[in-house]
Each structure stands twice: as structure tokens, then as C-alpha cells.
Design a protein around this ligand. Structure first.
Ligand SMILES: Cc1cc2nc3c(=O)[nH]c(=O)nc-3n(C[C@H](O)[C@H](O)[C@H](O)COP(=O)(O)O)c2cc1C
Length: 474
């Protein structure tokens, strides 16, 4: 299941992929991708014959941007609607974590990735886009999977962290926010050895993007998680410089070392918050020792930006499922739904629906949700609604807030919580804390019995009039 080229052929056959010839790597690929995300149903776009590059050197974007594409990437088939995905994913992420031990990645001696091995480093031999007009450079790593190793346990982590080409193509910086597993790995290596091995796959089946780009617990390797998703262990090859594993059929990969004092100015970059982040701050830059690629390689792009962006649909669906699973595991009763809205980049605005069982239940749901390891990073608002409100419908959620939230008692603020440098409210150079509000938009528990009834026709009455006047109501 994890072969990008087979998947692309299937996507084309399913009418879910389109080829775009002749676009410029400078801004045109980014702008075309943005227009694609904003049409009703985006497609996967394969950019070929890119300006200044030979035909066959391709860039892919939009790979997980609609329910059919995302469903197929997750091994759930091609025929999925939004609702199907939500239903099918209700238990899947938890299962993938539990079953990852049965799908340990297998190291093999060879693979298509090793078709070309460069010691002379030139990352601009690939058609790396400058995605947004305000970007400070060309980003080769957006849909990437950055590979690091736990110094003490040897466990492998994959994380999607943005990577900007540096030094006219001779190196690449990697932006790992504090607290992420990759950052924790590097910090330990720096303490012990003064440098850390690092590798990154830059083109691959989008299942790797999903696994690397969402919060998988630290004791599970994302390679095994992809294996559990695919139903078969993934195959990796060992990098020649560091031994770090890379997907054997990756399209392009880099490998080398990072040192705490080797940094380059990075950014700005259009981020998932909808704003540019980074103001030429120096960040870790890889001493690239090897570059690997296949014949006619495909770079996987996943540029963020003002939502909807490349992976906002994927993040919303996946985070909603992951948070649901994590909340269930806390033992919270009465959970009826979670939605991590695209408008908040799948992080900043979380809605939780519960069936209230006891006084304090709504606050408990709110506080628990906003501090779950899978939800805490960059949350800003967690809203808890009663189960008669659809958490996916922002109009209904705001209606519930307007009628059931008393701001003087139902909005509480937590301070010095897990923020990010990409937060537009974080001042340059400031430590990346944030604050967040939990909003109780449930009917007050002590008034459940006598809270004013909702003024709308009952379902039976609606069904009856709809049957009698079909020519009016359809
Ligand atoms: C396309 C994409 C780009 C991302 N870029 C970054 C980034 O530049 N820095 C970062 O810390 N997280 C970034 N993230 C979020 C992390 O990938 C995500 O938090 C993931 O869980 C990190 O893996 P880890 O928990 O194993 O560290 C990105 C996610 C996606 C899908």
C-alpha cells in the first residue's frame, strides 16, 4: 500500500489526480495549489515539466485534501465521504497504535531510493518551489518525514518539520518546535555527543506524511504506525552516513548531522495559522552528507497557509479521531463527538460534545481535552457543547455559545501553556508560551430540567410537512 507511484496511478484512474504542465517553481506551483484547495473538491496535483527542470522531475500537492484521497491513503478504500471517514476513523488511530508492535519496519539491503546516491550536495537539482510570495526561500521539506533516533532506546521517530534549502542548495535547515519528539531526540544527542544524526524523506506515499504530521505517542515509531495502517510492515534502507532508516521506495531523501552551533537564518514561511512565521531567526541546519533519489523523482509538497490549505482537511479529520480516542482512554463518560476545526488549523479550535452526567462534567471535558498530549500544542479555544449540538457545525456551536455560555462564569483561561514560535501572537524572541480559553457552552447542569426549550419544530412535525409539501421542500 505504501508505493507512491502505484497510489498515484490509482488516484488518476479514480479521477482524483490532475497533471499540470509548465508551471514555474517560483510561486506558480504554490498559487495553483492554493486555488486547488479552495475549490469545492480539491484534487491531487502533479506538476511536471516545471520551469528550468527536465520533464519527469515532479512535485505533488493536494495528496490528502479530500475524503476520497485521504481515505485511500489510510487504506480505507476510494469511496468515502466526510461522514464515512469520521465513522471509520472513530477507532482506527487507536488500533494503529495498539497494533504497531505487530508491524515492525523491516530493513532491506536495496531499494529504488538508492538508484542515485550523491556525495556532492545540490538540493536545487530538484524543482523545489517557493510556495508563498512572502516566503524567505525555497522549501524542499513540507510533506516530509524527518527521521531521528532516541539516543537511549534507539527508537525511531518521524516528524513533518519544515525544511528550507540553504547555502544555494548545499544544505537544508529543519524547523522543529520545542517539545516535539524530534526536538527531544536532538537535545539528548547534543548533550551526549555534541551532534545528532538526522535524515529526511522528501517524497513518499502520503501515509508517511499523515503519520509524521500528526501526534503519534512517543513510544511508537511512525514507521510501525504506517505498517499498521497499511496492514504490512514497511521496508526501509539504512542511510550510508548515519544508519538511520529511510523508506526503501522514497523518492528523494537527505541524510547528515546537526550540531547545536550550526544554524542558518530561516523563514519567513506561510504557516498553518494563516500567517507568515519566522523572521530570519537562525535555526538548526543539516550538514548534508548524502542525497538519495529515484529516476524522475516526485517531491511531496504539503504547503500550509490560510486554511483551507494542503493538509488542513487531513489534520482536522485525523486530530478529531485521535483526540476522541485519547479522551475515551481517560475514562471521560458521555463523550458524543469531537471536531478540530480547519479554521483553527486543526489545533486552535476544538469542539467537544458530551451528554452531561454530573455537575462539573463539562469543565472536566474541557480541561482534559485542552491538555491532552495529542491536543495541547497550540490550542487556543476548547468549547464543550451538549450533545444536541453538532460539533462539526460552527453555526450551531456559536449558537450554543450565545445562549448557554455566561462569559462571567463559563470562560476560564489557562496561562503559560504549550505555544509555538509560529503563533502570530508570539513576539519575536519571546519564549513560546500561549494562553487558552475553555468555554463551557453547555446548559448549566443544575438547570438541565428547566432550561428553556429549543424553539424549533420537532423531527416528526418536520417529516410530516415535508411529506405533504414535497414540491416546496424537495
Ligand atoms: C506538512 C506539515 C508540516 C509541519 N511543519 C512543522 C514544523 O515546521 N515544525 C514543527 O514543529 N511541526 C510541524 N508540523 C507538525 C508536526 O509534524 C506534528 O506536530 C508531529 O506530531 C510532530 O511529530 P512528533 O510528535 O513525532 O515530533 C507539521 C505538520 C505537517 C503535516
Amino acid at each position: 500500500m505504501t508505493d507512491l507511484r502505484k497510489w498515484l496511478a490509482e488516484a488518476e484512474a479514480a479521477g482524483e489526480a490532475q497533471t499540470v504542465e509548465g508551471a514555474h517553481w517560483e510561486l506558480e506551483i504554490g498559487a495553483l495549489s492554493q486555488v486547488n484547495y479552495r475549490r469545492g473538491t480539491p484534487k491531487a496535483l502533479v506538476f511536471d515539466s516545471i520551469k528550468d527542470y527536465a520533464p519527469g522531475m515532479r512535485v505533488l500537492s493536494g495528496s490528502v485534501s479530500n475524503p476520497r484521497l485521504l481515505g485511500s491513503v489510510l487504506g480505507l478504500g476510494w469511496d468515502n465521504t466526510d461522514e464515512d471517514l469520521v465513522e471509520k476513523l472513530a477507532v482506527k488511530p487507536g488500533e494503529w497504535i495498539e497494533r504497531s508492535g505487530d508491524f515492525r519496519a523491516v530493513t532491506v539491503a536495496d531499494g529504488p531510493l538508492l538508484s542515485h546516491v550523491d556525495d556532492e550536495i545540490d538540493l536545487l537539482k530538484f524543482p523545489v518551489p517557493r510556495w508563498h510570495e512572502g516566503d524567505g526561500g525555497r522549501y524542499i521539506g513540507t510533506g516530509c518525514a524527518v527521521v531521528t533516533r532516541d539516543y537511549d532506546t534507539g527508537r525511531i521517530n518521524l516528524g513533518a518539520y519544515r525544511m528550507q534549502v540553504q547555502d544555494e542548495g548545499r544544505s537544508v535547515s529543519v524547523n522543529i518546535e520545542a517539545g516535539k519528539h524530534g526536538a527531544q531526540h536532538l537535545r539528548r544527542w547534543f548533550e551526549a555527543e555534541g551532534r545528532a544524526p538526522i535524515a529526511a524523506s522528501l517524497g513518499h506515499h502520503p501515509a508517511y506524511l499523515v503519520a509524521a504530521g500528526v501526534e503519534v505517542p512517543g513510544d511508537v515509531s511512525e514507521y510501525d504506525y504506517v505498517g499498521a495502517m497499511a496492514g504490512a510492515p514497511v521496508r526501509t534502507v539504512a542511510g550510508l552516513a548515519t544508519g538511520l532508516p529511510l523508506p526503501h521506495d522514497a523518492e528523494i531523501a537527505v541524510e547528515g548531522w546537526v550540531r547545536p552551533d550550526h544554524k542558518r537564518p530561516e523563514g519567513p514561511f506561510g504557516e498553518w495559522t494563516g500567517y507568515y512565521s519566522g523572521s530570519r531567526d537562525p535555526i538548526l541546519t543539516i550538514d548534508v552528507e548524502k542525497v538519495y533519489y529515484r529516476d524522475n523523482p516526485i517531491l511531496l509538497g504539503a504547503p500550509p497557509g490560510k486554511p483551507p490549505h494542503d493538509y488542513s482537511y487531513m489534520r482536522t479529520v485525523m486530530k478529531s479521531a485521535i483526540i476522541t480516542d485519547s479522551l475515551r482512554k481517560t475514562g471521560l463518560p458521555g463523550l458524543r463527538g469531537v471536531w478540530a476545526h480547519e479554521a483553527g488549523g486543526g489545533r486552535s479550535l476544538l469542539i467537544v460534545a458530551i451528554e452531561q452526567r454530573y455537575a462539573g462534567h463539562a469543565r472536566q471535558a474541557a480541561y482534559l481535552t485542552s491538555q491532552l498530549p495529542s491536543a495541547a500544542y497550540m490550542n487556543r479555544f476548547t468549547v464543550v457543547v451538549d450533545h444536541d449540538v453538532n460539533p462539526r457545525d460552527l453555526g450551531e456551536v456559536v449558537w450554543a455559545m450565545c445562549g448557554r455560555t455566561d462569559p462571567s462564569i463559563d470562560i476560564e483561561v489557562m496561562k503559560r501553556t504549550w505555544g509555538s514560535r509560529v503563533d502570530p501572537l508570539t513576539l519575536p524572541g519571546a519564549v513560546a508560551f500561549n494562553s487558552r480559553a475553555v468555554i463551557d457552552a453547555c446548559r448549566p447542569f443544575e438547570r438541565l430540567g428547566d432550561f428553556p426549550a429549543v424553539a424549533e419544530s420537532s423531527p416528526d412535525l418536520v417529516a410530516s410537512v415535508s411529506r405533504r409539501w414535497p414540491e416546496v421542500l424537495g
